[in-house]
Design a binder for this molecule. Structure first.
Ligand code: ARG
Length: 555
């Protein structure tokens, strides 16, 4: 159910008659009425007429019977007040709909969401938290809208660092990793050996050569490392409630076999330029600091392939082999130029045909309460597992039951990450994200649990809404706005729009519950208020689920 669409459909013919042209009614929610349309203002300028007169004419012609009343306000806005009966019957329809009034998209696309993508053999840090949490929320939301979503975990599982990691693995034995249980410790130990010993450095370099040459023993060792890391990552995803599975791992290594043909194709299109022994593409419109053209390096002078080449191969594969028409890259803002260049080169190569879009879904940094990059006391980047441990420990103060503390702790972290505009940096503040009031995960989980307890006490009832109290009306209108909220996330890739909607819903529910007794209300009113509780609970649960946040029945 989309009241905006319904009102627009009724206003459009009247506007068209008055304007003798098609006019977008631009119906929006408003603080001054249920909805408002400002469509008349630019129209009046164009027709050189008084906007208020024109608005009055539209009101007179519009067929709004049984739907809404309209009046002219201010300089010529149309204020629309929806009929209570329409609100009530629309809510009954939504209650009967398993999708809560959110239609499936009529234009499903195959969307690849590239997210999380940590570098193997390094522990996940909070730096990867944002990509993982935002990417998962987008994947869930797009999927629920009816798109065909392909999750791609473009893990860094290839490159020169593996020489040193494999040699270290040989030094400490396979059990060394699982004992470290902590991949950062393993990585750091390898790094220390590398920095401290010439003999080790030589071995590591030789090992890289053997890895790239496909030496069997070396590949087997590499696989051990990758498998260990995957196991560790899957555990972290499970704990975080992230939908990435083993099948979604498409690491950098998986594109190695495509790199030669990427080079060939770029060459055949005349795009490759040799520069200091490296093969480069100079896409149109990119200049470096010195003002000269900026290269995207496809093959390094030593013959090796880097990050850019792999991304080109992955892009071509996603479009050509997976049939994707929308590519999302959920990666931090510092990689902006990299992705712009990759897309530009891909476009020049013809790998982004008409109708296929590639978008960098960038995000800002996580800051500590001191306003600087979030770091541990020792100055290292913070380990995700340590953050989750602390979140759960702090959440146990609210409820010591382990599953509930886990849901509240991880939910608080995820919600804090999703609730703000993703491009902004945000401060990682335990007290704020775990607060039971304000725009937080626990606040919404608490609202949900309270509703569950009301419904448990209510027993059976037949859902049917009637609007009496203004607080019921406000809550009902918000419940009818779930579809536009979900739609806006799918369109803008900004999960904070859904978070903001849910917070609005929670707040209106709180106001309703304070002013309108539910269980003790008179017959008829009681059922109606229980219906509002039921639908609010279902909407909170579904909405939080789209953000990847669990809703325990009790808190
Ligand atoms: N592994 C990279 C990093 O940790 C992120 C990869 C993002 N995805 C991509 N297709 N480049 O920075």
């Amino acid at each position: 159910m989309n009241l905006e669409a319904l009102l627009s459909a009724r206003l459009a013919p009247a506007l068209a008659e008055v304007a003798q042209a098609i006019v977008d009614p631009a119906v929006r929610r408003s603080q001054h009425a249920d909805f408002q349309s400002g469509a008349v203002l630019p129209l009046a300028r164009r027709l050189n007429r008084s906007p208020r007169d024109l608005a009055a004419e539209v009101v007179a012609r519009a067929d709004l019977a049984g739907i809404a009343t309209a009046d002219v306000s201010g300089p010529g806005f149309l204020n629309l007040t929806v009929a209570d009966e329409l609100i009530a019957s629309a809510l009954d329809d939504v209650t009967a709909d398993a999708r809560l009034g959110v239609a499936q998209t009529k234009e499903p696309r195959t969307v690849v969401v590239d997210y999380s993508a940590p570098n193997i053999a390094k522990e996940l840090t909070v730096g990867h938290l944002r990509s993982t949490v935002i990417g998962d929320a987008l994947a869930r939301t797009l999927e629920w809208r009816g798109h065909d979503v392909v999750r791609a975990n473009h893990v860094g599982d290839w490159g020169t660092a593996f020489g040193m990691l494999i040699e270290h693995l040989l030094d400490v034995g396979a059990t060394g990793i699982s004992q470290a249980g902590d991949l950062t410790a393993f990585y750091q130990a390898a790094r220390a050996e590398f920095d401290g010993s010439e003999e080790f450095r030589t071995r590591a370099r030789l090992r890289v050569v053997r890895l790239q040459a496909g030496d069997r023993e070396t590949l087997a060792l590499w696989r051990t490392l990758v498998a260990e890391s995957q196991r560790y990552l899957l555990e972290a995803y499970e704990r975080l409630g992230v939908t990435l599975t083993a099948a979604d791992f498409a690491g950098e290594s998986s594109y190695q076999g495509m790199l030669a043909s990427v080079v060939d194709e770029l060459d055949a299109k005349g795009l490759l330029v040799e520069s200091d022994g490296a093969l480069c593409v100079f896409p149109e419109g990119f200049t470096g600091r010195d003002g000269g053209p900026l290269p995207l390096i496809v093959r390094k002078s030593d013959g090796g392939f880097g990050y850019a080449a792999t991304d080109l191969a992955a892009l071509r594969h996603r479009v050509r082999d997976l049939g994707a028409t929308r590519l999302l890259y959920v990666v931090g803002a510092p990689q902006r130029t990299h992705f712009r260049m990759v897309y530009a080169v891909a476009a020049e190569a013809g790998w982004l045909p008409e109708g296929v879009t590639a978008e960098h879904v960038a995000f800002g940094s996580i800051l500590g309460t001191d306003g600087k990059m979030f770091r541990s006391r020792s100055g290292d980047s913070v380990k995700l597992s340590a953050v989750l441990d602390e979140a759960v420990a702090r959440a146990s103060a609210l409820n010591p039951a382990p599953e509930i503390a886990a849901a509240v702790g991880t939910g608080a972290i995820k919600y804090a990450d999703l609730a703000g505009d993703r491009m902004s940096d945000y401060v990682f503040d335990w007290d704020r994200m775990l607060a039971l009031t304000g725009n937080t995960g626990p606040y919404l989980q608490y609202a949900y649990a309270r509703i569950r307890s009301i419904l448990d006490r209510a027993g059976q009832f037949r859902p049917a809404v009637r609007i009496g109290h203004p607080a019921e009306r406000a809550l009902a209108l918000q419940l009818l706005a779930f579809e536009p909220a979900v739609e806006s996330v799918a369109a803008t890739l900004e999960p904070h729009r859904l978070a903001g909607y849910l917070y609005g819903l929670g707040s209106l529910f709180t106001a309703f519950y304070e002013q309108c007794p539910v269980l003790k209300a008179a017959e008829g009113v009681r059922e109606s208020r229980l219906s509002l509780c039921l639908l609010t609970g279902r909407t909170l649960r579904r909405g939080l689920d789209l953000l990847g946040i669990a809703t325990p029945a009790k808190l």
